[in-house]
Each structure stands twice: as C-alpha cells, then as structure tokens.
Ligand binder design. Structure first.
Ligand code: TXA
Ligand code: MG
Length: 313
C-alpha cells in the first residue's frame, strides 16, 4: 500500500490522475496546481468543461487559503462535519483556476474523511480536484474495482467500500441562509438541529449556478424503473413498461435503513449491470417521499431512472 501511495503521489506530481477512495464515493483526483492534470480529469471522464470540480483539502486552514470569505456558519459546520460528506460553495480565491470552477467565481470545497484521501493530499502538499470517478452521467463508484473496471489505465488506490455510498451534500450561503444544492446523507433536519436557537434558515434548491446538476445522472447501463409503492402489497403493473423491458426484469427492495441503502445503492446498480437483466425495478415506499433522511437517495434515483411511475416532480 505504501508503494501504491508513493506511486500515486509521483503520478499527481507528474500531471496525471489517480483513483482516490473517499467516504462518499471514489474520486478521480489531480493536483489543483496542474493544469494538465485537471484537463486529464475532464478527458478521462468525458466530462464537459462546463461542469465544475470539487477541491479536496486536508485541513480547515488549508481550505481557508483557497476562498475569499469564510462565513461564521462554516466554522460551526466544519467543526461538526469535517472531515466528512459536506461540500461548501464559497467565493474562490485567485489561486483556484477557472478550469476547476468552470469560470464561476465560487469554488466547491471539502475535507474528506477517508484516511487514504487525507494522506494523499497531505503528502502531496496540495489539494486535489476530484469528481466522482465514473464516465460522465454514469453511476459513481463505491469500490476500487468499480474505478479500475471503468478506467483500466488509471492508478487506483484501494480503500475498501465507501462508507457513505452517495456523494456529499453540497451547500451554499446567503447571509443567514444555507441552500442545499445537492442533497446527501447530511440532510436539512440534521443541519437545522445544529443551528437550533440561531437565526439560520435552511432550504433545498436545485443549484441555479451549477451546470453539473443535470436531469439525467448516475445512470446504470440497464434501464432503471422506479415506482411509488402505496403499501407492501402494491407491485408494479408490468404492462406499463415497453416490451423490451418486460423480458427479464430484476427487482431491488431497498434496505429500510437509509444509511445502509445509500451504502449499497451504486454497488447494486453495477451488480445488475453485470448480471444482465432487461430492467432494474425499484419500489419506493411512499412514506419515504417526505422523509428527510431519504432525500439524497431519492434525488439519485430520480436522476438515474429512465422510467418513473408516479414520482412527483
Ligand atoms: O462526495 C463527493 O462530493 C464526491 C467525492 C469524490 O468527493 N465528488 C463529487 O464530485 O461528487 P462531482 O464532480 O461528481 O460532483 C460535484 C458537483 C457537480 O455537480 C458540480 O456541478 C458541483 O458539484 N459544483 C462544483 N463546483 C461548484 C460551484 N462552484 N458551484 C456550484 N456547484 C458546484
Ligand atoms: Mg459525479
């Protein structure tokens, strides 16, 4: 492992990219100081340049050197959630290149919890930009083998299964408001608790500025069908599906524990892709629709599904 880490640092210093484990999903990392490395992230992923990258740091102090302002709210949040699955969108400093932020004047920044990610950034001495290590719009990887299968040429650090399993919660700030641009496993209710007694408003909004928040994303190769399940006896009327999807569909009943479900979600997509079936059918119990802890998972399912039956907009 030591050698693989050393090699990874050499690759990053030489303007390459490496597969980096994080507690959310695996990332495809390049040094933020290497323009060629950053370009390689986009070309490897076949990602358009209009979709900005998150900068991963190894300390709060380091984060502060890449942003123009650090609202007081960030201190409270960083103290509780960093290292961890929470990304701040803040005004960027001049030392963050426009290629990373796609020309926006803000930067997404996060301190990951995974010890290998921290060690990599620490030893490199520079933060790394890292989107999820998958082809653009496809399912994010939660195992080293997922990354290696998708990008056989890339040097991947083995870090076990990602503990959280879906991407970080992304938040932005406007005075005393926190806007959740991408829901994750840290939800609004949990954040609201942290600010109990303080005049802080929190709301979910689809980011108006993040071009990366596309309608279709996280998609498995096999068509995914979701339907809202009114009660346990309610099953999907297969007549609603096109003929080719009806041939050999597989069902996945999500674990009832949201944390466990998030951990398994992408890995299941990939298992179904390998096994080969005509469709993946996932019932969504209707009681989950308003439950805050399911918000991140439902966001991913909505974007990953080709057919959504009875899912409200
Ligand atoms: O958990 C995660 O966040 C993972 C791991 C690897 O850290 N990373 C990740 O990166 O999910 P990516 O590139 O797959 O998704 C980042 C999202 C994109 O949709 C992008 O549009 C948004 O973050 N983003 C990045 N910079 C932004 C900015 N300045 N303003 C608004 N949105 C931004
Ligand atoms: Mg991604």
């Amino acid at each position: 492992m030591k050698d693989k880490l050393k090699d990874a640092i050499e690759i990053l210093k030489n303007h390459g990219v490496v597969g980096m484990p994080t507690e959310t999903v695996y990332g495809l990392a390049a040094s933020i100081d290497s323009e060629d490395g950053i370009k390689k992230i986009f070309s490897t992923k076949e990602r358009p340049f209009f979709d900005p990258l998150i900068v991963h740091v190894s300390s709060i102090d380091q984060a502060k050197t890449y942003v123009k302002s650090w609202p007081n709210l960030c201190d409270q949040l960083a103290q509780k959630y960093w290292p961890g699955p929470l990304t701040f969108i803040l005004p960027k400093n001049d030392n963050v290149s426009d290629m990373i932020t796609s020309g926006l004047d803000t930067v997404g920044i996060r301190l990951p919890k995974h010890p290998i990610a921290q060690e990599l950034i620490n030893k490199l001495g520079t933060p790394v930009a890292a989107p999820s290590a998958n082809k653009f719009k496809k399912t994010s990887p939660t195992k080293a083998t997922h990354v290696q299968n998708e990008f056989p040429e890339v040097h991947v650090l083995e870090g076990g299964d990602s503990e959280i399993g879906i991407e970080s919660t992304i938040i932005g700030f406007e005075e005393n408001m926190i806007k959740i641009y991408r829901p994750g496993m840290i939800g609004k209710d949990e954040l609201q608790e942290l600010f109990e007694g303080q005049d802080v408003e929190i709301e979910y909004v689809e980011s108006p500025v993040a071009p990366g928040h596309l309608k279709h994303h996280y998609m498995p190769k096999t068509p995914l069908v979701t339907f809202i399940q009114k009660d346990e006896s309610h099953s999907l009327d297969l007549n609603l599906l096109p003929d080719e999807l009806k041939e050999s569909p597989s069902y996945w009943h999500m674990p009832t524990d949201a944390n466990l479900c998030a951990r398994e979600l992408y890995s299941k997509f990939k298992e179904f892709d390998t096994a080969g079936c005509s469709a993946i059918i996932i019932p969504i119990p209707d009681s989950y629709l308003e439950a805050d802890q399911w918000k991140g998972i439902l966001n991913r399912l909505k974007k990953a599904a080709s057919i959504k039956i009875d899912l409200p907009k």
